[in-house]
Design a binder for this molecule. Structure first.
Ligand code: HDE
Length: 705
């Protein structure tokens, strides 16, 4: 997919610290060779362990100290290296940042994706915001874009962050729930803090349950500032758009995946990179001239708001490719330290009060998490540009500074490090500010509902259904009735129908009239209905086989899917191989009961009658098909495989027959095979349905799965 080389300046820098035990002997941390590490030194074979056994003590002591505090939020994450490259140089009118404007410059990056609420070991597929943090190792120093997969945020001012996080985290007495927001304290916070409403709409939408880290958008969230070489500033919002489109799981599925494979998103990212299917995103910018700062019906400094793409278009500026897995989870993914204040010349802040608080928080949190002020020299954090400071000493100092003078100005070290005076110098944007000191939210931050309504109005019918179900699920877990009522009350300011639908589901009295009339505006770019739907690359397809299967059909299915970039896996009732209907065998990739339909994007059941009969007699296999159908996935079968669909309860759909060799009824694709060969139209139908990811106009409410 991607042309970028995996080898880059960061990779070469890491070579200096990579340590492979190949051809070495076991030693202590002091480099003394050891020939015994299974038994401690004792006084006699059954006697007490001796204090002088320095190897045992060192081994256990190190082990005792292996853990560091997990991140306060975003504790669970997965990371990968790659590169970013701009398409052209036009953005240099707006920014002096070389990594955004020099199309010849390929900048190494490390990206960490994360969930927010749960601990390090929590499930991947929970309903939550996903972090999307990118460290650009630019030639002008490190730039961190620490974003999320949703473009708004819960609160407007950073001073509320501890309140919000305390509310969403597991409750303090029970420690429940882990990796979930469906509990009283979060919703109590929400009902008393209406600025959360826009973000809660996103959180209740399918954005909160992404199919893959590779298939989600990223957003810088805040309005930042670009500054060009002449010092002129322009407001900017950053967007990441996945080349594979933005796709989500369905709620029932996420809960099942949590049991079947709690590392679902982590494994998906790792395996695709390992297989050479490098995920890519396009970086886009929304630019707003400073003269237009007050032209919007919201405040650009309010992080609970988006700038609708229809008002200010997202202009693509370059591409991010992730193409290298880390070597060591702890050293790299755990120790990576992002900081919103890591900026390079050409990028600056605005007075967004949330951003200002973040600029304090991230450095502070790394000091406790990584144990001192030298974490920027850890391999994953180290810049590839030269680092030369007067900062000295501190825990874990691992540089040997040789100069005598550790102060500026000095004559003893020749005045070095000297002040630079070139285009790589960071100079703060000269924004004029004045005002009285005041603890008060700006009036321009007071509209908490219009964009929640905009989001609601922009959803496709199935997205609206999912949002209603999500609110019902979450509030259904809330024990206090007054909290349920409070949330419904706010929803009635967003959209009356939404409030009524939620109220009816959670047993509170539906509001009789709207608290606010719906403005009727929408932003089509917000709907996943309008996402990229032209590829089946990397989609996982289960091909169910059993003894007596038509090997020609299986080969053809595998070939056609692989040619289009999908990843077929042959599953059967046992490992190894199954007997083919003619002669020979069909190789099996995995046993059906070691996996589940929920970890696949689609399922195909090839002929023949004997194979289908064998599968139909196995409850797990039948359930596999039923469940895939329930979750709106493309389900395909050759003519004889139709019997399996019927056994799985996929009834009432039109099938291929002698009059019509291929049928596609609500994503159930069937074909009449001609001497072991399926018509090409079958694969075209299957691929276009799979590219759409799910078949939302299928009614599966009656399907028991
Ligand atoms: Fe963070 N956030 N955050 N946050 N955040 C952290 O930093 C914080 C906010 C985001 O993969 C912490 O190193 C405050 C918005 C990501 O390592 C901490 C406020 C957005 C990550 C912190 C916010 C984010 C973090 C915890 C409100 C989206 C994971 C550990 C003022 C634009 C980065 C750490 C990674 C992590 C503080 C709000 C995204 C405590 C105080 C808004 C992706 O410093």
């Amino acid at each position: 997919m991607a042309s970028q080389s995996r080898r880059d300046a960061k990779d070469e820098q890491l070579d200096q610290v990579r340590k492979d035990p190949q051809d070495t002997n076991l030693t202590t941390q002091q480099g003394v060779k050891i020939d015994h590490t299974d038994d401690a030194l004792t006084a006699g074979e059954r006697g007490p362990t001796l204090l002088e056994d320095f190897h045992t003590r060192e081994k256990i002591t190190h082990f005792d100290h292996e853990r560091i505090p997990e991140r306060v939020v975003h504790a669970r994450g997965s990371g990968a290296y790659g590169q970013f490259q701009p398409y052209s140089g036009w953005l240099s009118d707006y920014t002096a940042a070389r990594f955004l404007t020099d199309p010849q410059e390929q900048t190494p990056v490390f990206v960490r994706f994360s969930t927010v609420q749960g601990s390090k070991g929590s499930n991947d597929t929970v309903r939550d915001v996903r972090g999307f943090a990118t460290k650009f190792y630019t030639s002008q120093g490190n730039y961190d874009l620490v974003g999320n997969n949703m473009p708004a945020f819960f609160i407007q001012d950073g001073i509320k962050f501890p309140d919000f996080v305390h509310a969403v985290k597991p409750e303090p007495d029970t420690g429940i729930p882990q990796g979930a927001s469906a509990h009283d304290t979060l919703w109590d916070f929400v009902q008393l803090q209406p600025e959360t409403m826009h973000m809660m709409m996103w959180l209740m939408s399918d954005r909160a349950i992404p199919r893959s880290y590779r298939m989600m958008q990223g957003f810088g969230v805040h309005t930042f500032r670009l500054v060009n070489a002449e010092g002129r500033g322009t407001f900017v919002k950053f967007h990441w758009k996945p080349m594979l489109g933005t796709h989500s799981l369905v709620w029932d599925e996420t809960q099942k995946i949590a049991g079947k494979n709690s590392d679902y998103n982590r494994q998906d990212l790792w395996e695709n990179i390992a297989n050479g299917d490098y995920p890519e995103w396009e970086l886009g910018v929304q630019l707003v001239d400073e003269s237009r700062e007050h032209d919007f019906d919201f405040d650009l400094l309010d992080a609970t708001k988006i700038i609708p793409e229809e008002e200010v278009p997202v202009q693509p500026v370059g591409k991010l490719t992730l193409n290298r897995n880390p070597d060591n989870f702890f050293a790299e993914t755990e120790q990576v330290a992002f900081h919103t204040a890591n900026v390079v010349p050409g990028i600056d802040f605005t007075n967004d009060p949330l951003l200002q608080a973040r600029n304090f928080s991230y450095l502070d949190t790394q000091l406790i998490r990584l144990g001192g002020p030298n974490f920027s020299y850890l391999p994953v954090n180290r810049a590839i540009s030269d680092i030369s400071t007067h900062q000295r000493d501190g825990f874990q100092q691992n540089r040997v500074h040789t100069s005598k003078a550790t102060y500026h100005k000095n004559s003893l070290s020749g005045g070095c490090p000297a002040m630079a005076d070139d285009q790589d110098v960071f100079r703060h944007y000269q924004e004029k500010v004045e005002g009285a000191k005041i603890s008060k939210r700006s009036e321009s931050f007071k509209d908490h509902y219009s964009q929640a309504t905009l989001f609601w109005n922009s959803m496709a019918h199935w997205e609206k259904d999912h949002i209603i179900s999500a609110f019902r699920f979450e509030l259904g877990k809330v024990e206090h009735t007054h909290i349920r009522e409070g949330v419904v009350e706010h929803l009635n300011h967003v959209d009356h129908d939404l409030a009524v639908a939620v109220a009816e589901g959670v047993g509170v009295t539906p509001p009789s009239t709207a608290a606010r009339s719906n403005h009727g505006k929408s932003s089509p770019a917000l709907s996943q209905e309008n996402s990229v739907k032209d590829t089946i690359a990397t989609r996982q397809v289960a091909v169910l086989v059993a003894d007596g299967v038509d090997s020609g059909e299986v080969e053809q299915i595998k070939q056609e899917l692989t040619d289009r970039g999908a990843v077929p896996q042959v599953l059967s009732l046992r490992d190894g191989s199954v007997r083919a209907s003619s002669s020979g065998h069909v190789q099996v990739d995995a046993r059906i009961d070691t996996l589940a339909s929920v970890v696949f994007d689609a399922v195909v059941v090839p002929g023949t009658g004997e194979s289908v009969q064998n599968l139909s007699a196995d409850g797990y296999s039948v359930h596999f098909v039923t469940e895939a159908y329930k979750h709106f996935k493309p389900v395909a079968a050759s003519q004889e495989g139709v019997a399996m669909l019927q056994r799985a309860g996929v009834n009432g759909v039109r099938h291929a027959d002698d009059s019509q060799s291929v049928a596609n009824d609500h994503g159930v694709i069937t074909a009449v095979s001609n001497e072991g060969s399926l018509p090409s139209e079958f694969f075209e139908e299957f691929a276009s349905t799979l590219a759409g990811h799910r078949v939302w106009d299928r009614d599966t409410s009656h399907v028991p799965a």
